[in-house]
Design a protein around this ligand. Structure first.
Ligand SMILES: O=C(O)CCC(=O)N[C@@H](CCC(=O)O)C(=O)O
Ligand SMILES: [Zn+2]
Length: 335
């Protein structure tokens, strides 16, 4: 296998490859762009016009998606996968991946869309660098742009695999992309209703990519991911890369849709979340339930019918989201 196919090994050992570009016997070009960043380019005659960004390890302890990208890259480097799309592989937070932690100083996934400029430290610098990798990758006109940012969650979930679809004023969520996600094994999609500071929000809002955060199961250390079944997603990603994807049925039968009712923001150290520590994502909360309290007698009471909670986390920094309250969505505003 070409040495550049070992991007994960290079990243884990903080090693810069001697040879930055390598070409497979079939004319597929692999180019190392920097730490944790590798571009794959098919021969011009094979290129199907899709630019696909695959990122993982934005949170360093979310290893199943990192292992998935490594398998795909090995497949490309040893000729088993025959790319017809340009693909950018990114490992988001190499220092945190090496330590097996979500982040070192601060959560990179709260530093996009300009937030890194208001901050400092290496995670802010890395967020700026990731934005630049994405900006350069998606700068070619008249090509289709797609970004999947792969994650796993801190806690168990009543719905194991789901996507978060960013929001931009005046832009509609695509039914076709949702059908593609369903075919890739996603059981639910959360339609965002406001701008955000995550990586997928950046590529969606600023680079005009179709972009998603994919949540794929529970975060576990390297080599302990046998409970995270990524077969359907892997199969679909190979088809997207090879341009052999079957036409997807545009009906969204079986795919659950949700929208954000409210983001729960932790304002102070007095923030208290009234949920059991082991509560699962998508747990239902009844109307009238006192979800959280904060200083100045702030109270978060559930008012919505059919409300559920995802990503509850009282340990986030003040000013950041400590959970998302979601409600079922009819899908009427899809394009
Ligand atoms: O399990 C959790 O609490 C967080 C899992 C995770 O990392 N989720 C992403 C979602 C990003 C998005 O909102 O698109 C995150 O919180 O960064
Ligand atoms: Zn994550």
């Amino acid at each position: 296998m070409l040495a550049l196919g070992k991007l994960l090994e290079l990243t884990l050992t903080d090693h810069e490859p001697a040879e930055k570009t390598q070409v497979t016997p079939k004319g597929v070009r692999l180019r190392w762009l920097g730490e944790g960043a590798l571009e794959v380019r098919p021969a011009e005659s094979e290129d199907c016009g899709l630019d696909l960004l695959l990122s993982a390890g934005i949170h360093g302890n979310e290893t199943a998606p990192i292992e998935l990208l490594e398998r795909l890259l090995h497949g490309v480097a040893n000729g088993q996968i025959k790319p017809r799309a340009r693909v950018l592989f990114l490992f988001g937070n190499p220092a945190a991946i090496r330590k097996g932690e979500r982040f070192i100083e601060q959560d990179i996934n709260r530093l996009f869309n300009g937030r890194h400029e208001l901050s400092s430290g290496f995670e802010a610098l890395r967020a700026a660098e990731l934005e630049q990798f994405a900006r350069v990758f998606f700068n070619k006109p008249e090509r289709t742009r797609l970004h999947y940012d792969l994650h796993t969650a801190i806690r168990g979930s009543k719905i194991e695999q789901f996507a978060l679809y960013p929001f931009k004023e005046g832009r509609k969520h695509s039914r076709r992309e949702l059908a593609r996600l369903a075919a890739a094994g996603m059981e639910a999609v959360l339609l965002q209703s406001k701008s955000s500071i995550t990586f997928s929000a950046f590529t969606y809002e600023q680079l005009d990519a179709e972009a998603f955060t994919l949540e794929l199961g529970k975060a576990r250390p390297f080599g302990q991911n046998e409970q995270v079944n990524l077969d359907k997603l892997e199969e679909r990603l190979v088809q997207i890369i090879e341009h052999t994807e079957p036409e997807t049925d545009a009906s969204l039968d079986g795919l659950k849709l949700f929208s954000v009712a409210r983001e729960i923001i932790k304002h102070s150290d007095s923030f208290h979340l009234h949920l059991p520590a082991d509560i699962e994502n998508f747990s239902e909360l009844s109307k009238g339930y006192l979800l959280a309290e904060d200083l100045a007698e702030t109270r978060w009471v559930v008012e919505e019918e059919g409300a559920r909670i995802i990503f509850p986390n009282p340990k986030v920094r003040n000013g950041l989201r400590a959970g998302i309250l979601i409600v079922p969505d009819s899908g009427q505003r899809l394009e």
